[in-house]
Design a protein around this ligand. Structure first.
Ligand code: TRP
Length: 348
């Protein structure tokens, strides 16, 4: 497949505050794809409402958070003129295709999704049907644009595999109609996850075995994208460590989650690899790494926080970008949906 026919799609949920995990695991990667690909970046507000209202926060918080994710995209360097930035609920294709995929995906496939099990917790009977079907909506997000590449964090790999399974089953089940519609090799591409570089999983600053998360009760566990320089420095200073000096080799990093996390963060923020960063700190104390990491984090994140603040002050500007992006997204998705309807036999 030529570079020209490669299309990137990805999304971030507008729930709660954005943190370093969202930035390094998602947004920073999105920025990097722009020079080589046509990119579509979505604020997935329909995904946000799959959990209880107490989690997504209600209408005012959803709107605020949708604009905040948009501001983070822009402040990090995503160009909404050269690419597409929009919120999911403004393009009807997502919901429409998700319904069709509800009828393609098997209950047995969804039952294997570990994110559902984690998010539903013990009381699975009380989880929303939307939370259960979440991966089908995610497949629709990607395939409504017939996207081929999806930059995501490690935790989304299983959902990407499900997306491929859905695309493949659709192509096989509807093979005759796909051929009839001019797609003898199947209508949907099988999209590939792009999971590269250090800090694909950013861990809690208080526990190197737990993911950095907006729902952790301790704010010290995460660096928020809106934290000021003093707060960033304080959180890194207080980060959990172990008693030994920093390791000399990748091998010696095993079983030392806090060292791995802090070194991984340093590498990711510096656009370096863990292998090149390791010798810089080998045999040194955690305090030296923390000082260097705090300086680097402040240097990289403060400008983003400042720009986000400016953007958030001009709501109309953000809303106009989302509206323009939604129109351009719709212009791509609508012809895809027209083909899907024809393939399925929905009369128009
Ligand atoms: N599920 C993703 C996450 O929690 C967000 C998401 C929704 C997404 N739709 C997507 C990511 C489509 C990539 C492509 O991070």
């Amino acid at each position: 497949m030529s570079q020209a026919s490669q299309r990137v799609f990805s999304g971030v949920q507008p729930t709660g505050n954005l943190h370093l995990g969202n930035y390094l695991g998602a947004i920073k990667r999105f920025v990097a794809m722009q020079s080589s690909h046509e990119c579509i970046y979505c604020v997935v507000d329909l995904h946000a409402i799959t959990q209880d209202r107490s989690v997504w926060g209600g209408p005012e918080e959803l709107a605020r958070s949708t604009r905040e994710v948009t501001a983070a995209y822009l402040a990090s360097g995503i160009d909404p003129a050269a690419h597409i930035v929009f919120n999911q609920s403004q393009v009807a294709a997502h919901s429409e295709l998700a319904w069709i995929f509800n009828c393609v995906a098997r209950v047995g496939w969804l039952n294997r999704m570990t994110q559902f099990k984690d998010k539903a917790g013990k009381n699975r009977e009380n989880a929303s049907v939307g939370l259960y079907a979440y991966p089908n909506l995610m497949a629709a997000d990607i395939l409504a644009y017939r996207a081929t590449h999806v930059p995501v964090g490690e935790d989304q790999k299983q959902h990407l595999e499900l997306t491929r399974d859905i695309a493949q089953k659709f192509n096989i089940d509807m093979a005759d109609a796909c051929t009839e519609a001019g797609y003898p090799d199947g209508f949907f591409p099988l999209p590939e996850p792009l999971i590269t570089g250090p800090a694909t999983r950013v861990m809690s600053l208080r526990d190197g075995d737990k993911k950095m998360s907006k729902s952790d009760p301790s704010d010290l566990s995460r660096i928020n994208l809106t934290d000021d320089a003093d707060t960033i420095a304080k959180k890194i200073r207080k980060a959990k460590t172990d008693p030994d000096a920093l390791p000399e080799s990748m091998e010696a990093l095993k079983g030392r989650p806090e060292a791995a996390n802090l070194l991984g963060l340093f590498a990711a923020l510096q656009d370096a690899t863990l292998e090149t960063v390791l010798p810089q700190f080998a045999g040194r104390q955690f305090s030296e790494l923390k000082q260097a990491l705090a300086d680097l984090a402040v240097e990289k994140l403060s400008p983003i926080a400042g720009e986000m603040q400016k953007l958030m002050a001009s709501q109309d500007h953000i809303d106009a970008i989302l509206k323009d992006g939604a129109e351009r997204a719709n212009a791509i998705a609508e012809p895809v949906m027209a083909d899907v309807r024809r393939i399925m036999g929905f009369v128009r």
